[in-house]
Design a protein around this ligand. Sequence first.
Ligand SMILES: CC(C)(COP(=O)(O)OP(=O)(O)OC[C@H]1O[C@@H](n2cnc3c(N)ncnc32)[C@H](O)[C@@H]1OP(=O)(O)O)[C@@H](O)C(=O)NCCC(=O)NCCS
Length: 178
Amino acid sequence: MNIRAARLNDVTSIYTLVAEHAYRGDVLPRTLASIRDSVDDWIVVDQGGQIVGCASLVAYTSELAEVRSLAVHDQCKGNGFGAAILQALIAEAQQRNIPSLFALTRAVPFFQRAGFVIGDKARFPEKIWRDCVLCPVREECDETAVVLELESVPHLVNTDPNEPAKDVFGNLPRFNED
Ligand SMILES: CC(C)(COP(=O)(O)OP(=O)(O)OC[C@H]1O[C@@H](n2cnc3c(N)ncnc32)[C@H](O)[C@@H]1OP(=O)(O)O)[C@@H](O)C(=O)NCCC(=O)NCCS
């Protein structure tokens, strides 16, 4: 599995993957422009040149970031790609010293496996005022807030620059690596 930082020429593939899942209501839609503008915050799973998974890490403050637009191509679901993407984002949040990660999701058990716990949406006013306020179904929102306090998980990435990146699940590439 090749997880790597997204590049500008991945933008259209990411857009298509996110749009397919947004159509079903699993993630919020993202425009091509918003993906292009935030491309440094995205990671992808690249299978022989085909983008089959993606997600972005959206930092709201130095204390809080969101796992956003996590999606795996239907034909690739159930192979651990989603879990690997999530671990890479957790490692990246640790690298950036961001203490709390959250997501709004319908896939609660998937996040719980990685140590997230159900939280209170009201704890994330930054998200509510930036995105939810524009959502047409905000009054009947069926998404659950899940949160991970990073101090509760081991450091996934060795911060010693002289040592190769390591993590507890194997050897995930560093987020910024090609
Ligand atoms: C959630 C998602 C990213 C998981 O990707 P994946 O590559 O299939 O995940 P993994 O293979 O690492 O793990 C699969 C496990 O997660 C579970 N899972 C996946 N989606 C789930 C959901 N919506 N609810 C509960 N469990 C879910 C699967 O049942 C599976 O469990 P199993 O191993 O016991 O069979 C993928 O299903 C997806 O793209 N879903 C739609 C978008 C979404 O909901 N994103 C999260 C919000 S940002």
